[in-house]
Design a protein around this ligand. Structure first.
Ligand code: E4P
Length: 217
């Protein structure tokens, strides 16, 4: 499973990239707001740092506006993925931009049927939002499982990019289900390495080592 980082914070991306944890990046208008950065500048900087797909989201609501914005964003670098919302206009924009050779990430997906039409429109990535479904007492992971089965039934090439990941358990479940990619905030990715028994075991080893009076270096 590929790891994308869900942030526009360049320092956080760089820190994780140094450990080989970043196969790509996703951003959205809320993350651009949080970063305080100009979208074009931040996207360019991220795309130079990370060779993998870097999603930048359009904000127009008509297909024509999305296509125009998408073309401008795609010119920033060859690894830019244009993110469009899962609306009919978004699907029209997806079809046109994909046909021009631009990677497209169709976002705000909350149903298997939405994922089906996105694949038929030529999406490179579909972004089902797990956490936001959990927020309304549905099981976001059920959606990932359904999309995996549907895409496998018909050999759709669209990659499942599990989004709105809030917990380390979401990451485990995505990997078990066979999501192609998961995108998570930096704090969730960092938490993947944590376990209380690791901390406890290490503490015990350090105490016992101190008693030996030995040194390795
Ligand atoms: C994905 O591309 C989205 O930017 C993101 O995962 C949304 O997450 P949220 O529901 O935590 O805002």
């Amino acid at each position: 499973m590929k790891f994308f980082v869900d942030t526009a914070d360049v320092d956080a991306i760089r820190e994780l990239a140094e450990l080989g944890m970043v196969d790509g990046v996703t951003t959205n208008p809320s993350l651009i707001l949080k970063s305080g950065r100009d979208i074009l500048e931040a996207t360019r900087e991220i795309a130079e740092l990370i060779p993998g797909p870097v999603s930048a989201e359009v904000v127009g609501t008509s297909a024509d506006a999305m296509i125009a914005e998408g073309r401008k964003l795609a010119k920033i670098a060859s690894n830019i993925t244009v993110k469009v919302p899962l609306t009919w206009d978004g699907l029209k924009a997806c079809r046109i931009l994909s046909g021009e050779g631009t990677m497209v990430n169709v976002t705000l997906c909350f149903s298997a049927n939405q994922a089906l039409v996105a694949a038929k429109a030529g999406a490179t990535f579909i972004s089902p939002f797990i956490g936001r479904l959990d927020d309304i007492n549905l099981d976001g992971m059920d959606l990932i499982r359904d999309i995996r089965e549907i895409y496998d039934n018909y050999n759709f090439e669209t990659q499942i990019l599990a989004a709105s990941i809030r917990t380390v358990n979401h990451v485990t479940q995505c990997a078990l289900t066979g999501a192609d990619v998961m995108t998570a905030p930096p704090n969730v990715i960092k938490a993947l390495a944590l376990h209380p028994l690791t901390d406890k075991g290490l503490e015990q080893f350090m105490q016992d080592w101190a008693k030996t009076g030995q040194k390795i270096l």
